[in-house]
Design a protein around this ligand. Structure first.
Ligand SMILES: *Cc1c(COP(=O)(O)O)cnc(C)c1O
Length: 224
């Protein structure tokens, strides 16, 4: 196990002039790998399993910013609510209600991104364009006192058709620009799109936050 330091510094250099934030996606990776990246100064890590995130949070440095990037079940929100930095995958209002409830219990405001379904695959969770529009024009966002909607997140199709990916990112960016109008205070400022295979394209289409795992930590092994 080890991390790819050279690629880490290359990516950082690439993102810096565009003010794009890097989330190091460390799911399935051992604490030593996260600590190695931490020792290079990195603080933002992304995980997509609640139990794994809770275990890592307990044993790694306290100033890590933990991003939850997976599908979050309502009944598990309570485990991450005390410390999570940003929840990327909010895919329903039911989940938003539960996050708000747990945030109130912890006396915190939790930053969230709404996940938008942009890919052609059926299995990916998220709001579609009309649902998103309905949510923002309804003003229901004000019902959630302890949740701050910071922006949108999306995953492009599992494909290397650049034109398709490009269209999907462009669609998400247009939803983002529209929704932003519902937040004149400027708090709606994060567009999380782009992974190891497509982050450069995502940035060219307006991403402000990329979630990169395998380029930094190597391929994941799910067989253990
Ligand atoms: C695993 C994962 C990533 C990172 O994927 P890589 O291809 O390893 O960069 C990004 N976003 C989400 C939601 C993920 O689950």
């Amino acid at each position: 196990m080890s991390i790819n330091k050279e690629i880490y510094f290359q990516i950082k250099e690439q993102l810096e002039p565009q003010s794009v934030e890097l989330i190091a996606v460390s799911k399935t990776k051992p604490n030593e790998d996260l600590q190695a990246l931490y020792d290079l100064g990195h603080r933002a890590f992304g995980e997509n399993y609640v139990q794994e995130l809770v275990d890592k949070e307990a044993s790694l440095p306290k100033d890590i910013q933990w991003h939850f990037i997976g599908h979050l079940q309502s009944n598990k929100v309570k485990y991450i609510a005390p410390f999570v930095h940003l929840i990327h995958g909010v895919d329903s209002e039911k989940l938003l209600q539960e996050i708000n409830k747990q945030a109130i219990k912890c006396n915190r405001v939790i930053d969230c991104l709404l996940q938008v379904h942009i890919a052609t695959e059926e299995t990916k969770f998220g709001f579609d364009g009309p649902a998103l529009h309905d949510f923002f024009v309804s003003g229901r966002v004000a019902d959630y006192s302890n949740v701050r909607i910071r922006g949108l997140m999306g995953m492009a199709s599992f494909s290397d058709d650049q034109q398709l990916l490009s269209q999907e990112f462009t669609t998400l960016k247009s939803y983002f620009d529209n929704a932003k109008q519902a937040f004149p205070n400027g708090q709606f400022d994060i567009l999380s799109m782009g992974m190891s295979s497509d982050y450069a394209l995502a940035i060219s289409k307006g991403s402000t936050m990329v979630r990169i795992g395998s380029l930094l930590f190597g391929a994941r092994n799910y067989t253990k």
